[in-house]
Design a protein around this ligand. Structure first.
Ligand code: PLP
Length: 442
């Protein structure tokens, strides 16, 4: 069971591993937000994961609210996925030639999402990067447009006003505009930026420059500035970008197969020209994909002139994990409703707990994604998200952690609920949250 007292469990093993890691890896981690920089303390090094739980190197068990940042919608170590991976491994781990699993996964993805063709890659970053190249190749235009605080992976031209990890980083460095060193201005200049949920600004920018914009890429529901929900007016403005011959690219890396079988766009009734997937599509192994209308996808090599390739793309182990995940989702049509109900109850319980403790929060929630912003809100865009009290969030985060609840270690992230979260986890999380809000107030 999760730790219920507020006495902090030992972190000796995590500290020792972190010490070693820092000597051989920048910041001791292989992805920045794992380093706990914005919340302080030693990052927990995980030893195993099962269902709704993570166990760290010191043997402390946590109720996990990250789900590996999205992929583990069925919970960790799901038997069907584990068995599929083991069975695939027995057939060999990589062929460098096509195999049946990638055909089956492509068929399934097309059937569920409505895409006519898909191409598998190895991460969400590769998916968005490739989709943008494709949009440029298809339209013959140079510029792309993204929204402030939306994150589309770490390709050069997309590291412009790019959300969570960079918001966390920028707050630390005291920088005004989050971006990255090493991205030449010339690349960044090809990416135009507009405010999320500002239909007027998008219409105006498109009226002026639409003829030179290959694609508008967007998170249909934002997870990377914390959760932001699109307004109906903004969704209509997104639809209108096509009037300029501009392609609409939905980045569903986080939301795909999570907010509904057909992602956030399916849930919101939006039909993009291209979509990008990652996370759930690989069932916890490294997979990304992009896809959409055949007439566009046929521009991709070897069919068309837009080059894109990958030594391990369509890897049989990764495909087997994705297939097992999507099949398990298909076999349990009630899952999305259960996830929605759990997360709505979590949001309600957190609101009550914060109110009782006299802590001001604004909770944005949709489906199984949720962010507790430490501010009054409403929070509809990056600028509003950035007004949150990150110091208060850090106290709350540490209060949860020492009580056995593992939350996303940044104010500007979504949490992800899985099908393995049940009544026990809900009540234990709310009990810990109540006490942790008390510490924020103290
Ligand atoms: N797009 C979105 C919306 C994401 O949330 C992420 C990662 O969190 C990415 C792209 C990049 O995916 P990856 O980390 O697999 O490269």
């Amino acid at each position: 069971p999760p730790v219920s007292s507020s006495a902090a469990p030992s972190t000796a093993q995590s500290e020792a591993l972190f010490e070693r890691a820092r000597k051989v890896t920048p910041g001791g981690v292989n992805s920045p937000v794992r380093a706990f920089r914005s919340v302080g303390g030693v990052p927990r090094f995980m030893a195993s994961a099962d269902g709704a739980y993570l166990t760290d190197a010191d043997g402390t068990r946590y109720i996990d609210h990250i789900g590996s940042w999205g992929p583990m919608i069925l919970g960790h170590n799901h038997p069907a996925i584990r068995e599929a991976i083991v069975a695939a491994a027995q057939d060999g781990t990589s062929f460098g030639a096509p195999g049946w699993r990638e055909v089956e996964l492509a068929e399934l993805v097309c059937q569920v999402t409505g895409a006519q063709k898909v191409r598998f890659v190895n991460s969400g970053t590769e998916a968005t990067m490739s989709a943008l190249r494709l949009a440029r190749g298809f339209t013959g235009r140079k510029y792309t447009l993204k929204f402030r605080g939306n994150y589309h992976g770490h390709a050069d031209a997309l590291l412009v006003e790019a959300g969570s990890g960079l918001m966390t980083n920028a707050a630390e460095l005291g920088a005004a505009a989050p971006s990255s060193a090493g991205v030449p201005d010339e690349y960044a200049r090809l990416t135009l930026v507009s405010e999320y949920n500002d239909a007027g600004a998008l219409d105006a920018l498109m009226a002026e420059r639409g003829h030179e914009i290959a694609a508008v890429i967007f998170e249909p529901v934002v997870g990377n500035a914390g959760v932001l929900l699109p307004t109906p007016a903004f969704l209509l403005a997104l639809h209108r970008v096509r009037e300029h011959g501009t392609l609409l690219i939905a980045d569903e890396v986080m939301t795909g197969f999570r907010l509904s079988p057909s992602g956030a766009t399916g849930r919101l009734g939006l039909t993009p020209d291209l979509s990008c997937w990652g996370k759930i599509i690989g069932g916890g192994l490294p997979v990304g994909a992009y896809g959409g209308r055949a007439e566009i996808m046929d521009y991709v090599s070897p069919e068309g002139p837009v080059y894109q390739a990958g030594t391990l793309s369509g890897n049989p182990l990764a495909m087997s994990a994705g297939l097992a995940t999507l099949r398990a989702l298909q076999a349990d049509p009630g899952l999305y409703e259960r996830l929605d109900t759990y997360t709505a109850r979590l949001a309600e319980g957190l609101r009550e707990a914060a109110q009782e403790a006299g802590v001001t929060v604004c909770i944005n929630v949709i489906g199984s994604m949720l962010t507790v912003f430490f501010q009054a809100g409403p929070v509809k865009n990056y600028t509003e998200a950035a007004r949150s009290d990150t110091a208060a969030f850090a106290v709350w985060f540490q209060g949860l952690l020492k009580r056995g609840v593992y939350w996303a270690p940044s104010q500007y992230e979504s949490i992800f609920i899985s099908g393995a979260h049940g009544e026990t986890e809900l009540q234990a999380t709310l009990a810990a949250a109540r006490d942790a809000f008390g510490e924020v107030r103290a």
